[in-house]
Design a protein around this ligand. Structure first.
Ligand SMILES: Cc1cc2nc3c(=O)[nH]c(=O)nc-3n(C[C@H](O)[C@H](O)[C@H](O)COP(=O)(O)OP(=O)(O)OC[C@H]3O[C@@H](n4cnc5c(N)ncnc54)[C@H](O)[C@@H]3O)c2cc1C
Length: 389
């Protein structure tokens, strides 16, 4: 499945090549897929399969080499507070890796270690092409045949589905998710479109190299008053803004939507909505976010006004029972679960829903997961702003 294909169709026809009926199939072995798989195991569900088109943690593996986690890891588990970057009860990336802000590659290795430690049933190098539900059973059609299951947990993430649209000529730009290493990009002046975490990360590494950077955002994430890192920049990025090379080399353009990008005689020209023009020989970098994979399963969910799937209080589809969502696309009301420390709080909810549907008692599981902040069923506590003092 590629980002240019149409959404999955429920009426696709398929032949079953793997006849074992699973209790659950998880699509995607990133942080969400591995985390919810471990939660399923903890809840007592054994007959499930974790499918990935590549390998465990492959999105993290393809981050630019210099990019690091913005959320810090700290081994706080000993006092009952889970490490911010942990995806499982009892696990601390800080403790196992001895690093506070892991690189993507380090975190991919961490996920692979967890998959192996918890002996997760893996089906790697298997691309899910479509899904249909026939007679109450999900048929998951892949390039390695069709697998069947009573439930599907969609955890295919966002990173492999970059957003390339938005203005005329956006296809001339290069999305930051395709950059293997900022140090190896040729040139010494760059135009970056998008001023949230990925754009700031690119600007920081290029400025460190001594490159001049113009960074545009249609809003102004670095001026947001919110304490929610899903809305405002992270502390990590604010610190980076104060780095002398950043202050010297990066020029920020807030409230500056882009009208167009053109390429003539090897020169890229970026024109803003208010008709300022900027030129560079380097391909402009696009850091405008991700479409996300959820649109490929859009037939299975009602849509919210913002395009994200509408979920029940069990993170299940409201129209197709047994279809669940896990990961950064989870939304409830105004709450955005786009970081690991946010969306992991729903792993227990999904695992409990599936375990109880097959008759497994879940009281102990709920108590344990709730005490670790991995079973968040009362959302009324969320969305509070920090005090300013
Ligand atoms: C630059 C950057 C920095 C970030 N920093 C942080 C941070 O500091 N802290 C934090 O909490 N979050 C951070 N995030 C967000 C974090 O990366 C995401 O929350 C996380 O990757 C989401 O995990 P996931 O499992 O949902 O998706 P992914 O990690 O993308 O995993 C999805 C998996 O699904 C597989 N897949 C996709 N489509 C298919 C298919 N059709 N068939 C089979 N398999 C498929 C992929 O191969 C992939 O392995 C950052 C994101 C970016 C881009």
């Amino acid at each position: 499945m590629t980002a240019t294909q149409e959404p999955l169709q429920q009426d696709d026809v398929s032949d079953v090549t793997h006849s074992e009926l699973h209790d659950a199939i998880i699509v995607g072995a990133g942080a969400a897929g591995v985390g919810v798989a471990i939660a399923l195991s903890h809840a007592g569900v054994e007959n499930f399969l974790l499918i990935d088109r590549k390998e465990v943690g492959s999105s993290f593996e393809s981050w630019p080499d210099e990019t690091r986690f913005i959320t810090p890891s700290f081994p706080s588990n000993s006092i009952g507070m889970l490490d911010l970057n942990s995806i499982a009860v009892g696990v601390s990336p800080a403790f196992s890796m001895r690093v506070e802000h892991p690189t993507g590659s380090e975190f991919a290795k961490h996920l692979q270690d967890l998959a192996s430690f918890f002996e997760l049933p893996l089906q790697e190098n298997t691309d899910v092409k479509s899904i249909e539900k026939k007679d109450g059973i999900f048929h998951v059609v892949t390039d390695e045949g069709t697998f069947i299951s009573n439930n599907v947990i969609w955890a295919a993430g966002e990173y492999q589905y970059p957003q390339m649209r938005g203005f005329t000529g956006s296809e001339l730009c290069r999305h930051t998710s395709t950059v293997p290493n900022y140090g190896q990009l040729e040139g010494d002046d760059f135009l970056i479109i998008g001023g949230y975490e990925s754009g700031f990360d690119a600007a920081y590494h290029l400025a460190k190299r001594g490159c001049k950077v113009h960074l545009f955002d249609k809003e102004s994430p670095w001026n947001e008053e919110s304490s929610d890192p899903s809305v405002s920049l992270s502390t990590f990025s604010f610190e980076r803004m104060r780095d002398p090379t950043f202050e010297e080399n990066v020029k920020l353009f807030a409230q500056t939507p882009i009208r167009s990008v053109t390429l003539n005689d090897g020169i890229y020209e970026v024109t803003t909505a208010d008709f300022q023009t900027f030129q560079s020989k380097q391909q402009p970098l696009l850091a405008s976010g991700f479409d996300g994979s959820h649109r490929f399963v859009s037939d299975f969910f009602e849509q919210r006004d913002d395009g994200f799937p509408l979920l029940s209080d069990r993170d299940e589809s409201t129209i197709v029972p047994g279809m669940f969502l896990a990961g950064p696309s989870v939304r409830h009301g105004s709450l955005i679960f786009c970081f690991i420390f946010k969306y992991r709080q729903r792993f227990g909810i999904v695992a409990e829903a599936i375990a109880s549907s097959i008759g497994i008692p879940t009281d102990e599981f709920i108590d344990a997961y709730r005490s670790w902040g991995m079973y968040l069923d009362d959302l009324s506590c969320c969305g509070q702003e920090c005090l300013t003092c």
